[in-house]
Design a protein around this ligand. Structure first.
Ligand SMILES: [Zn+2]
Ligand SMILES: [Zn+2]
Length: 392
């Protein structure tokens, strides 16, 4: 090892320590306990709820209407992306099993003139909306009353009593831990996933998936998004280390292969005099960089040219002259639709030699979007009060 190598090893070790500390801090920051969100302001009236049903004869209050059969986030606990993910999960569940599942969050039961426990409110709402298929009564309602710090999973009359305990486990294990830290969005997403797993034996996105894929999906789910972020950081750090190693070996002092004298590297302009036209063009296109090393021993005068291809380049290797000077352009001849394939023409031109080629390729059909998403009302199902509740 030369002194240059030792210095490099020291720098590398320092970089690894800094990256490790940064990663640790990053993960710590990402997994910090949730900051409690400000309490929703009490609302004087509830007329903004779509179709809120007023029933003067019932002292128990009103039932909110729904604007959507999948998610109604009246307490504003979900951001737009989470709401879209949950909606997609509900649509997928319906497409695969016919189960109508819906998520409703409300600021408080009192907003609907309801005092007392959440259970009668949930049952009445379930039956007013008519959640689930009317014949099989397999609907599922997830209701979160944020201000009351109470929730309920109400299930249709088609589920046997044994399902109550299963729903209780989902509430206790998946919803409540995050709710206790005021992380409502995470709790609802985890809870919805777990409810769907309890209902179908598969997590969202895993219907009909193989055992291995399901297993990997499960590990992924358990590790959560933090693992993804950590892997991303690790990948970036790793890339940086690899780049440093490459640079090290490129800049490392080298000895003349003939006489053993330490060689000197020519600067970029002096390089060009020793490169041929194709090599100069590669440098111009930034697809390859060349270093020219000279032996300062005048009796030897040996010269070495080292080649360093760029990691990312829009130019490929030319099949004719073999320089990395081949450009590719793509022209769409016919766009693909959901019913027909498209065509595109790919043209190859070498910037260094007369090589020219074209080929026509097929563009695959566009994927159809999910089919059941046009549902706009519930199937008329009913509940006889089955399900489970939780508070935090
Ligand atoms: Zn030499
Ligand atoms: Zn060429």
């Amino acid at each position: 090892m030369t002194r240059y190598d030792l210095r490099f090893a020291g720098l590398l070790a320092a970089a690894v320590i800094v990256i490790g500390l940064g990663l640790g801090y990053g993960i710590g920051w990402l997994t910090r306990p949730g900051v409690p969100a400000p309490q929703a302001a009490p609302r004087g009236d509830v007329t903004f709820y779509p179709g809120a049903r007023q029933d003067a004869n019932k002292p128990t209050g009103r039932i909110p209407g729904y604007g959507d059969v999948y998610v109604n986030d009246y307490a504003d606990l979900l951001d737009a992306a989470a709401e879209a993910r949950i909606r997609a999960d509900m649509i997928e569940l319906y497409d695969h099993t016919g189960i109508e599942m819906t998520v409703l969050t409300i600021p408080a039961l009192a907003d609907f003139g309801h005092a007392g426990p959440i259970e009668p409110f949930a049952t009445r709402l379930f039956n007013t909306w008519g959640i689930g298929n009317a014949a099989s009564n397999d609907g599922v309602l997830v209701l979160v009353a944020r201000g009351d710090r109470r929730m309920r999973i109400e299930i249709g009359a088609g589920y046997a009593r044994s399902w109550d305990a299963r729903m209780q486990r989902v509430i206790d294990d998946a919803f409540l831990p995050a709710f206790r830290e005021d992380r409502y969005q995470q709790g609802i997403e985890a809870g919805v996933d777990e409810t769907i797993f309890e209902l179908t034996g598969a997590y969202p996105g895993e219907y009909g998936a193989g055992t291995l894929k399901r297993g990997i999906g499960r590990i992924w789910r358990a590790a959560g998004e933090h693992l993804l972020v950590a892997l991303g950081l690790l990948g970036a750090a790793f890339g940086g280390v690899i780049a440093a190693i490459r640079r090290h070996f490129r800049n490392r002092p080298r000895r003349c292969a003939r006489c053993g004298t330490l060689m000197t590297r020519a600067d970029e302009e002096a390089d060009d005099a020793h490169l041929d036209g194709g090599q100069r063009l590669e440098e111009f296109l930034h697809s390859v960089d060349y270093d020219v090393w000279h032996c300062p021993n005048t009796e030897c005068g040996h010269m070495e040219i080292t080649r360093h291809p760029a990691w990312f380049s829009s130019h490929g290797a030319c099949p004719q002259c073999h320089y990395r000077t081949l450009s590719t352009t793509t022209e769409i001849l016919e766009r693909a639709t959901t019913s027909s394939t498209g065509r595109k023409r790919v043209t190859y031109d070498c910037r260094n030699c007369p090589y020219h080629d074209t080929e026509d390729r097929t563009i695959p059909k566009k994927a159809k979007s999910s089919s059941g998403s046009s549902r706009s009302s519930f199937g008329g199902g009913s509940s006889s009060g089955g399900g489970a509740s939780g508070s935090w």
